[in-house]
Design a protein around this ligand. Structure first.
Ligand code: ACK
Length: 223
């Protein structure tokens, strides 16, 4: 009788502890509320709405999807390339179920997604898959190789209607490329939480003055 292969999850990643999810949701919703009221944001409102609409409720605009987490390896139940190899890595097995602290260093908003940038530690980067930053990128997103490893690490906080959460990582990479390319925010504004920049086409980036920490468990998730 052949041994049944262990089943692979939708993804491996760092899942925020339930009480931490609540805290992060409140914190990030407060940011959306504030952003909504800024004159600078209102000036570029048509990036998000039709020309006719004069108001927007960002909290309604983004829909939360599933538990808050930072994806390490997307496996798609074994259909994604390298899923099995990743699951078999020693460091993955050893780290599985362990608790760690994620450091959120920025929040970003685009017409498609709302996310939190995560700065992975050296330890956490050992769980970042080879090629994780460039996996399944849209062809328009070029130059990602030049960004530091782990640049794509994020927590999806919400997506607009009919947008899939995989988009959040793309939006973050695009923003980081723009910033690296020297396109500083056309608008920069000091907020209580940090420096807010506008990078055109509805892309907003808030570099937090102080990183927000979030306790998480390295584990896997299946729908
Ligand atoms: O917000 P995320 O990181 O983006 O969390 C979800 C999670 O897997 C479950 O869907 C992420 N995801 C989906 N497709 C991919 C992909 N091709 N490469 C990397 N991450 C992906 C999605």
């Amino acid at each position: 009788q052949p041994q049944k292969e262990p089943e692979l999850p939708l993804f491996f990643g760092w899942l925020l502890l339930p009480e931490v999810q609540e805290r992060i949701k409140c914190y990030t919703m407060d940011f959306l509320k504030t952003l909504d009221t800024l004159e600078a944001f209102k000036k570029h409102l048509s990036d998000f709405t039709g020309e006719a609409e004069k108001t927007l409720d960002l909290e309604q605009y983004f829909e939360a999807k599933g538990p808050l987490h930072c994806t390490a390896k997307y496996c798609d139940y074994g259909k994604a390339e390298g899923a099995k190899e990743y699951a078999e890595e020693q460091v993955v097995k050893e780290s599985y179920g362990g608790q760690t602290e994620l450091s959120v260093t920025a929040l970003f908003v685009t017409p498609r997604t709302f996310g939190a940038r995560v700065a992975l530690t050296e330890e956490q980067l050992k769980l970042w898959p080879t090629g994780g930053d460039t996996e399944c990128l849209p062809p328009t997103l070029t130059g990602v190789d030049a960004l530091p490893v782990g640049s794509r690490a994020h927590v999806t906080l919400g997506c607009s209607a009919s947008v899939e959460p995989v988009q959040t990582g793309f939006d973050l990479l695009e923003i980081l490329l723009l910033k690296q390319g020297g396109q500083e925010g056309t608008t920069e504004e000091e907020m209580e939480l940090g420096t807010l920049s506008y990078l055109g086409q509805g892309r907003w980036y808030l570099a937090l003055r102080e990183a927000v920490t979030a306790d998480a468990t390295f584990s896997s998730y299946s729908d």
